[in-house]
Design a protein around this ligand. Structure first.
Ligand code: BGC
Length: 916
C-alpha cells in the first residue's frame, strides 16, 4: 500500500484500494475480481452508509476510457470483497477504478484512481509453446534459452507473460527483470502451472533486442538419470509490445528456430534440497543481449524444441512472489583452518548467502548450511536427512566478486565455508532472507522478555516457512505443506502476516489433491514425497483456512466456490465411522514429548502412545461438521445447516459415550490432550466442564507446569486455559524454562521453534529434528487472542465488528497488540498502574468494537477528564462510545471507530468520589 501521511482534521479519505487483496495487480485472470478499500479520518465512529464503485478501461494511460462497471450507490457498510459485476473483462487490458463513499454524518469522499490489469482470462488465448533445451547427455545443469528480435518503432507499453518450471529467471537485453526469485510458486503441475506478468516497457529499445530465460529444476530433485524421464525444465513466454504508432508486436516461444538453448551455462547442478553449483568459468558473456556470436560464445547453442506441456492449466500467479526481504550481517566469522571458516548469523532463517570470493581459476569454494554447530566447531548437518544443502562456487580467477545462488534455498543459522584460502570477514558474507513477500501485519509486545522472545521466534519460524506454500520446515529434504500442522498453525499465521492470497493459492493446492471418486484429500498439498491420501482426519485446515480467510480478511470466495468440495471431504470422513467413532488415525496429536510417543517411532514417526487416535479423529470430524454448518448458514443453505448441526450433535454424543467417564469426570485416559480437546471443541456436558477443566489443570500441575501434548493439543490446552479463566496456568506454561517447554528451547539458544520438544542434535530423533518448524508456534495466536483479547466476528468479518476482551494475568504488567486489518490498524494495549489499568484501543473506521475491561463493576473508568463509568453508574456520553455497561467478567464499552485512551481505577482508596 502507498505510504500515507496524516489525514487532515475532520476530513474523510478513501484510500488503500485493493483488487483481490493486491495493490494495483498486473496480470490477473480472475473474471470477477473483488475490491476493498479503507477509510481514514481523525473523527470517531465513522460509519460508511453507502458506496459506489466505477471501473473504466484505461488505454495504457490514466485517461478515462470505456466504462466497464458502475455499481451505482449501494447502501451498506461493505468495503471488503465487493465483487465486480460489470461488463465481461477483456484480456490484457488495464482498468482503473475509483470508489466513492458516504458516511453516516453525510460526508462524501472519493478515492484516487487505482488500477488492475488483466492477463489471459482464458488459458486458450496462449499462443506460445513450451520450449526446452533437449540434450542427449544427461545433465543437471540449468538450461539457458534465448532469442533476438527487432522492434522498428518506439515502445510505449510492453508486457511479458512467463512461466518456466521448476524455476526461471527472466532477462531482457541483459538485465534481470523484476525482483522476484524462485518463481513460479510451486503447484502440482498436473493440475495447474502459474505464470507471472512483467512490465518490460523500460527494458526494450527501438532496434535490436534480446530475451533470455534461465531455467531451474525447482522442487524436482534431479539426478542425471532421472531428468530425462521427468518433466524437464521448460518455458512458455509471450511478449506483447505496443509501438508508438499503434502497431502491436508479439514475440512468443515457438518453433520458428529463433529460440536457441544451451545446457552449457554456469549453473551446473541445482535443486532446492541439494543446493547449487555455479562454475564461473562457464559464464556466457552477453547471453541475454542482442548480438551474441553463438559460435564464439563458448557454449553449444541448439534449437530450443517444443515439448509436451504440463497437463495443468496455465493460471496467473495470484499471490505475492518470493523475494529477498531482508539481509542479515554475521554475528561471528571464525577461521577453522587454513581455508575454512564458520559463520554464525545469530538467527535461524530461510534463504541463502551472498558471498564475496577471490581465488584462482578452478578454485572450488563450498558453502554448507546448517541449523546446528557440532562440538568440533564444524557445522552439524545431521538433521537435514538427504538434503545436501550445499552451494559451490567454482571461481574463474580475476578480481574478488560477489556470488549468490539462483535456484535453491536453505534453512540455516550457521554456514561453513571451505576452500577459500583468503580471510573472510563479516563484510564478505550477507545472509539473504528469502520468503513470499507477504506483508507483516501483526505486532505483539509485553513486559515479559521470555514471551517476547517466544513471539519473535514464532514470527521468524513462520517467515521461514512461506515459500508460495506454508511449508513444514525450510532445511531438510521435505519442505512440504502438511495439513495437520496447518490445522493449528493457520490462526497464528493470519495474525502475523497478510495471507489472503497465499492461503487462497494453497487452498487450491489442497483441492488439487482431492480424489474424484472418494472426495478424499491428502496430508500434504501439493501432494508429493510424503503424506497419504486419504489424509489423516486431523487435516481440518482444509476448512479452517477458508474460515480464517473469511473471519480475518473478509474473503468468502473459497467458501462460496468450493462448498461442495468441502462437503465431499467431510462426507468421506463421516463415512469412516463405526459405532459413531472414526478410529482411523495415523498422525493424531503428533510429536508429543518422547515419553508420550509410541516407542520406536521416534525417528520416522511420533504418534502419541497415550491419546486415543479415535478421540482425536472423531473430534476433528465434529469440528468439521460444525464448520460446515457455519458455512451452510453463511450461504443461506438452512437445510444443510440444520443437518450439520444434527450430525455434529450425534458425533458429540458418540465421543462422550465412548471416551467420557462421568464419575469422576474425565476423558479417557485423562491426559492433557484428551481433557483439553473436548473442552476446546465445546462438547463437554456443561455440568461437567468445570470438573474436566480442573482435571486438566491438575495434570499440568502434576507435571510441574509442563506440557505432555503434541502439535495439535498444545494449542488447545492454551486456548482452553484462556477461555475458561485459567490464564494463570497458561502463563506458567509460557514462562516455563525447563523441558519440555518453549522456554526450554530458548534456554538452549533457539531463535526459531523446534519440531520436537527435545533438543535434537543427533541420535534417533535426528531425522525429525527440524529446528525451524511452525507447528508448536501455534501458541502465538494466544497472545493476540487472549492477552490482546482481539477476535473477529462473523457478524462483520474482516474486523468490521471486533471483540476485544483482554485477560490480564497476574504478574504481567503490560501488553501491546496491533493488527493491520483490511480496514486499517486495530490496536489493543494495556498497562497496569498503581490504581488499576490504562487501556488504549484503536478501532479502524467503519468498524465497531465491543471492549470488555476485566475490572470489577466498582471500578471508575475515565477517558481523560470524562468519567465513563463510576462504581456501577454509567457516566457522561462521550463521542464514539455508544454504551458502557456492567457485564459478567467486567465493564463493557461499545465503541465506534477511533482511538480511546482509557483508565480504570480499581483500587478502592484511590477511587475518585463523585463530588455531587
Ligand atoms: C512433518 C511434520 C508433520 C508430520 C506428519 C513430518 O515429516 O515435518 O510437520 O506433522 O510429518 O506425519
Amino acid at each position: 500500500m502507498r505510504a500515507q501521511g496524516a489525514v487532515s482534521p475532520g476530513a474523510l479519505e478513501v484510500t488503500g484500494l485493493r483488487t483481490d487483496h493486491a495493490d494495483e495487480p498486473l496480470g490477473i485472470d480472475e473474471l470477477q475480481p473483488r475490491f476493498s478499500w479503507q477509510l481514514r479520518s481523525d473523527r470517531r465512529a465513522v460509519r460508511q452508509t453507502a458506496y459506489r464503485v466505477t471501473v473504466r478501461e484505461l488505454d495504457g494511460s490514466r485517461d478515462a476510457g470505456r466504462e466497464a462497471w458502475d455499481s451505482g450507490w449501494v447502501t451498506g457498510p461493505d468495503q471488503l470483497g465487493v465483487v465486480y459485476t460489470g461488463a465481461p473483462l477483456t484480456s490484457r487490458t488495464r482498468y482503473g477504478w475509483v470508489v466513492s463513499v458516504r458516511t453516516a454524518d453525510g460526508t462524501e469522499a472519493t478515492s484516487e484512481l487505482a488500477t488492475f490489469e488483466t492477463a489471459f482470462l482464458d488459458p486458450a488465448e496462449w499462443s506460445g509453446e513450451w520450449l526446452a533445451c533437449v540434450v542427449m547427455a544427461p545433465t543437471v545443469a540449468s538450461p539457458l534459452i534465448r532469442r533476438e528480435f527487432d522492434l522498428d518503432g518506439d515502445v510505449v507499453r510492453a508486457r511479458a507473460y512467463v512461466c518456466g518450471i521448476g524455476y526461471y529467471e527472466l532477462f531482457v537485453n541483459g538485465t534481470r527483470v523484476g525482483d522476484s526469485v524462485l518463481d513460479p510458486a510451486w503447484t502440482d503441475y498436473r493440475s495447474r502451472v502459474l505464470y507471472a506478468t512483467y512490465d518490460v516497457t523500460e527494458h526494450l529499445v527501438k532496434g535490436a533486442n534480446a530475451i533470455g530465460v534461465a531455467l531451474g529444476n525447482g522442487w524436482f530433485e534431479p539426478t542425471p538419470s532421472a531428468v530425462p524421464s521427468q518433466l524437464q525444465p521448460q518455458v512458455i513466454l509471450e511478449l506483447h509490445v505496443e509501438l508508438a504508432d499503434g502497431r502491436r508486436v508479439a514475440v512468443v516461444t515457438d518453433r520458428d528456430g529463433a529460440w536457441l538453448a544451451t545446457a552449457d551455462g554456469p549453473v551446473i547442478d541445482h535443486g532446492i534440497y541439494g543446493g547449487e553449483t555455479y562454475d564461473a568459468r562457464r559464464e556466457i558473456k552477453g547471453w541475454a543481449e542482442p548480438g551474441l556470436r553463438h559460435g564464439a560464445s563458448g557454449a553449444r547453442w541448439r534449437r530450443a524444441l517444443p515439448v509436451e506441456p504440463p497437463a495443468g492449466v496455465l493460471q496467473a500467479q495470484a499471490l505475492e512472489p518470493i523475494r529477498v526481504v531482508d539481509e542479515l550481517t554475521p554475528v561471528t566469522v571464525r577461521r577453522l583452518g587454513p581455508d575454512s571458516h564458520v559463520v554464525d548469523f545469530g538467527q535461524n532463517f530461510a534463504g541463502w548467502v551472498r558471498i564475496h570470493l577471490a581465488g584462482g581459476p578452478g578454485t572450488v569454494v563450498t558453502l554448507r548450511h546448517a541449523e546446528l554447530m557440532g562440538d568440533d566447531g564444524r557445522v552439524n548437518t545431521v538433521n537435514l536427512r538427504s538434503a545436501a544443502a550445499t552451494d559451490r562456487y567454482i571461481l574463474a580467477g580475476g578480481a574478488a566478486r560477489w556470488f549468490e545462488p539462483h535456484f535453491t534455498y536453505h534453512g540455516f543459522r550457521f554456514l561453513q565455508v571451505d576452500g577459500h584460502p583468503a580471510d573472510l570477514t563479516a563484510h564478505d558474507v550477507v545472509g539473504r532472507v528469502v520468503r513470499s513477500a507477504v506483508e507483516r501485519i501483526g505486532e505483539f509486545r509485553c513486559d515479559d522478555d521470555l514471551m517476547n522472545q517466544l513471539h519473535r521466534n514464532v514470527v521468524w519460524t513462520e517467515a521461514s516457512n512461506l515459500h508460495g506454500l506454508p511449508t513444514d520446515c525450510p532445511q531438510r529434504d521435505e519442505r512440504l505443506a502438511w495439513l495437520n500442522d496447518m490445522t493449528v498453525r493457520g490462526e497464528q499465521a493470519v495474525h502475523n502476516f497478510a495471507l489472503a492470497r497465499l492461503y487462497g493459492k494453497w487452498f487450491t493446492d489442497i483441492l488439487d489433491t482431492q480424489g474424484a471418486a472418494t472426495g478424499a484429500i491428502a496430508d500434504t498439498a501439493p501432494h508429493v514425497r510424503y503424506g497419504r491420501r486419504p489424509a489423516d482426519p486431523v487435516v481440518s485446515s482444509f476448512l479452517l483456512v477458508p474460515w480464517l480467510l473469511h473471519g480475518h480478511y473478509g474473503e468468502r470466495r473459497w467458501i462460496e466456490r468450493h462448498y461442495e468440495d468441502l462437503v465431499r471431504w467431510v462426507s468421506y470422513l463421516a463415512s469412516l465411522r463405526h459405532d459413531g467413532i472414526v478410529e482411523h488415525s495415523e498422525i493424531g496429536d503428533w510429536a508429543p514429548p518422547v515419553s508420550e510417543a509410541v516407542a520406536g517411532s521416534a525417528g520416522s514417526g511420533a504418534m502419541s502412545a497415550v491419546t486415543p487416535g479415535g478421540l482425536i479423529s472423531t473430534g476433528f470430524l465434529y469440528l468439521d461438521l460444525v464448520l460446515m454448518g457455519t458455512f451452510a448458514t453463511l450461504l443461506g443453505r438452512t437445510d444443510d445447516a440444520a443437518w450439520y448441526e444434527r450430525e455434529a450433535a450425534a458425533v458429540r454424543d458418540a465421543i462422550n459415550d465412548r471416551y467420557l467417564d462421568r464419575d469422576p469426570a474425565r476423558y479417557h485416559p485423562g491426559n492433557q490432550s484428551s481433557m483439553a480437546f473436548p473442552l476446546y471443541l465445546g462438547i463437554v456436558p456443561p455440568e461437567l466442564e468445570q470438573e474436566v477443566l480442573d482435571g486438566l489443570v491438575r495434570d499440568i500441575e502434576e507435571h510441574d507446569h509442563h506440557l505432555t501434548t503434541g502439535n495439535l493439543c498444545t494449542k488447545y490446552v492454551m486456548d482452553v486455559l484462556g477461555r475458561y479463566g485459567r490464564a494463570d496456568v497458561a502463563m506458567k506454561l509460557l514462562r516455563q524454562r525447563t523441558y519440555p517447554s518453549w522456554g526450554y528451547m530458548i534456554e538452549m539458544g533457539a531463535t526459531t521453534i523446534w519440531e520436537r520438544w527435545e533438543h535434537v542434535t543427533g541420535g534417533v530423533l535426528a531425522g525429525m529434528g527440524s529446528h525451524n518448524h511452525p507447528m508448536y508456534g501455534a501458541v502465538d495466536s494466544w497472545f493476540y487472542r487472549f492477552l490482546g483479547g482481539i477476535a473477529p466476528t462473523w457478524e462483520a468479518p474482516g474486523f468490521g465488528k471486533v471483540m476485544i476482551e483482554p485477560v490480564m494475568p497476574d504478574g504481567l504488567h503490560s501488553v501491546d497488540c496491533t493488527l493491520r486489518t483490511p480496514r486499517g490498524p486495530l490496536r489493543s494495549s494495556w498497562t497496569r498502574t498503581k490504581t488499576g489499568v490504562d487501556v488504549t484501543v484503536v478501532v479502524p473506521p467503519n468498524a465497531t468494537a465491543s471492549l470488555l475491561l476485566p475490572v470489577p463493576a466498582t471500578a471508575v473508568v475515565r477517558e481523560g477528564a470524562a468519567v465513563l463509568w463510576n462504581s456501577g453508574v454509567p457516566g457522561e456520553p462521550v463521542a464514539g462510545i455508544a454504551q458502557v455497561s456492567a457485564d459478567t467478567g467486567g465493564i463493557r464499552l461499545d465503541l465506534g471507530s477511533g482511538r480511546y485512551d482509557l483508565s480504570a481505577v480499581t483500587t478502592p482508596p484511590s477511587v475518585p468520589r463523585r463530588t455531587q
